[in-house]
Design a protein around this ligand. Sequence first.
Ligand SMILES: C[S@@+](CC[C@H](N)C(=O)[O-])C[C@H]1O[C@@H](n2cnc3c(N)ncnc32)[C@H](O)[C@@H]1O
Length: 275
Amino acid sequence: MTIKQTVKKYTSLLREVTHIPAKEVEILIMHILDKNIIWLHMNYDKEFDKVKDLEKLVKKRATNYPMEYITGKATFYGENFLVKEGVLIPRPETEILVDNAIEILNKENQKLKVLEIGTGSGIISVMLAKLIENIEIIAVDINDKALDLAKQNALKHGVEDKITFVKSDLYENINDSDIFMTISNPPYIADDYKLPTNVKYEPSNALFGGKVGDELLKRIIDDTYSKKIKYLLCEMGYDQKKPLEEYFKDFSVKSHSFYKDYEDFDRGFTLEFKF
Ligand SMILES: C[S@@+](CC[C@H](N)C(=O)[O-])C[C@H]1O[C@@H](n2cnc3c(N)ncnc32)[C@H](O)[C@@H]1O
C-alpha cells in the first residue's frame, strides 16, 4: 500500500475525534517515519511498510488520546515544545498572556525578576526568557514531571541560564523579595466540571482549581499582594471575571484590566497593585 492509499484507508477511523482526520493520519505517518511534510508530499506514491505501527497509533488517537502526547510535540507562540503525558498541553490562548507580560516588561529598562506559578511544560517562562533580554525567571510547579519537562524545554531553546526551576506550592519555597511580576495560568476549573474526553487524558492537578474553580487564583492574588509584587497577570475561566473583579476590591489596586481569548470569552487579567 502506498502512503497515499494508507492515508485514505485510515482517515475514516479518525472522523469522530477530529475535523482534520486525513491531516492527522499524515502527522502520525511523519511521526513514525521521522519525516517532515515536504518529504511526505514528495513521496505519496512510495510504499508504506509500517502499517502495523500506524494502526496502533490511529486506534489510540481514535479514543481521543491527544495527538500531542503521541508525537511528544506541540507548538506555542510559533515555536516547538516537548510535551508528555502527565503535563498540560499548551493552549493557543496562553499566548495572549505572554503578549500582555511582554508589553509591560518592554517598558522597563532595568533587569527584571519574574515569577511563574504553575509552569507546566515551561512555555510561558521559556517564551519570556527568549523574548526579553534582561530578565531573570523563577518557574515553580508542584508536579515533578512538569518541572523536568520545563527544564528540557528551557535547554531546547537555550534559555536554561535565565530560568530557575523550583518545586513549590505557590510561593511556599520562594523567598525572593525583588520580584517585579508574577504570571500564572493556574488550574481554574471547578472540581465537579465534566471534562470533554480529550481533556480527560491531561493531569487533573493542572486543571481543577477547587470547588468553585477560582480558589487557587484567589490564593495567588492574596500571596502576590502580601509579597508586595507590583504586577500579577493570570489566565482564568470564562465565567470568573465578575467574582474576581469583586475580589480585587479587597486590595489596593492601581489598575486592572481583563482580556478575552480568540473565541471572545473572558480569559484573564492584568492587575497592578499600589503599595
Ligand atoms: C493550567 S496548567 C498551566 C501550565 C503551563 N503554564 C501552561 O500555560 O501551559 C497549571 C499548572 O499549575 C501547576 N500547579 C497546580 N497547583 C499548583 C500549586 N499549588 N503550586 C504550583 N503549581 C501548581 C500544575 O501542576 C500545572 O502544571
